[in-house]
Design a protein. Structure first.
Length: 48
């Protein structure tokens, strides 16, 4: 699924999501705190 949305994302967002997915598949917890941190990082990002 991540590969299919790659063309719609900046390379920075794609990289962060890819790392996040890898960490989650390896058993690390991704919860509301992690989601909120990710949203805050890109919330005011300029669209190119």
């Amino acid at each position: 699924m991540l590969y299919e949305v790659k063309k719609h994302l900046s390379s920075e967002i794609y990289h962060d999501l890819n790392v996040l997915c890898d960490m989650t598949y390896k058993g690390e917890v991704f919860d509301d705190v992690g989601l909120n941190a990710l949203i805050l990082k890109y919330q005011y990002m300029e669209i190119e």
